[in-house]
Design a protein around this ligand. Structure first.
Ligand SMILES: [Mg+2]
Length: 252
């Protein structure tokens, strides 16, 4: 009925890019932030300015990871080693915390200005899940998860929310580690083998594979179906409506 094996009894959804159209907002905010930093670095060192690639580098190093991990992973890929700094560093300090704070300020401003649109296919899928009496959770690295769900008008559709703040309080490592998804499954009282993970990020489908989940649905928003499959998706769809038999599903 929900397009997945019959023994799937719980549904664990990533937020940005799966439920809401905010992955592209995050990508734009990261590009703003990293390009400002890289331009300043080029001026400081006399080296070339190589802008952040908001598709390839975003997918490989940033998407789906907790904010600080995203900053660290990207900088490492460019061979740049910065001090960690402190959470109250001014935005664009030459520290991991400063750059991360600049990105967060930018994404919050963009969300305030543009609002948050949910994906209609995902909302329809969640309503179908609830009509079947099955539980769902949101599992997001974002510290702003609840605000984004509220802005999209879908906060009340989920039994459990595991966001960046819960992860921090519980000491759970972020995606691509499976811990936040495993925590959500446990909170819903379901074994991982009977739960499905829905992810648009490569780090996210890797979490699903590492956690031994019964299904890992890769949601292909940016033309990376092969990479989603490579990193852990058992099924790839362009939109969740395909699982409701309203489109052509592409089975892995
Ligand atoms: Mg995502």
């Amino acid at each position: 009925m929900l397009g997945l094996p019959d023994d799937i009894r719980a549904f664990l959804f990533d937020l940005d890019g799966v439920l809401t159209q905010t992955a592209k907002v995050h990508a734009a905010a990261w590009k703003d932030t990293f390009d400002a930093f890289l331009r300043a670095e080029a001026a400081r060192t006399g080296g070339p300015f190589v802008p952040f690639d908001a598709v390839a580098e975003y997918d490989a190093y940033v998407d789906g990871r907790p904010r600080l991990d995203g900053t660290r992973t990207f900088l490492r890929s460019r061979g740049i080693d910065l001090p960690e700094g402190a959470p109250d560093d001014p935005p664009n300090s030459r520290t991991v915390q400063g750059i991360s704070r600049a990105k967060n300020d930018t994404v919050l401003r963009m969300i305030r200005e543009q609002g948050v649109q949910p994906y209609e296919g995902s909302v329809a899928y969640v309503h179908r899940m609830r009509a079947a009496g099955l539980p769902g959770a949101v599992v997001s690295s974002s510290a702003n998860c609840r605000d984004v769900l509220r802005a999209a008008g879908i906060e009340d559709l989920f039994e459990v929310i595991v966001d960046g703040q819960v992860a921090k309080a519980e000491g759970l490592p972020g995606k691509p580690a499976p811990d936040t998804y495993l925590y959500a499954a446990r909170a819903l009282g379901v074994e991982p083998a009977h739960a499905a993970v829905f992810e648009d990020a490569l780090a996210g489908v890797a979490s699903g594979r590492a956690g031994g989940f019964g299904a890992v649905v890769g949601v292909n928003r940016t033309g990376q179906a092969a990479e989603l499959r490579r990193d852990g998706a058992t099924v790839v769809v362009e939109d969740l409506s395909e699982l409701l038999g309203e489109g052509e599903g592409e089975k892995a």
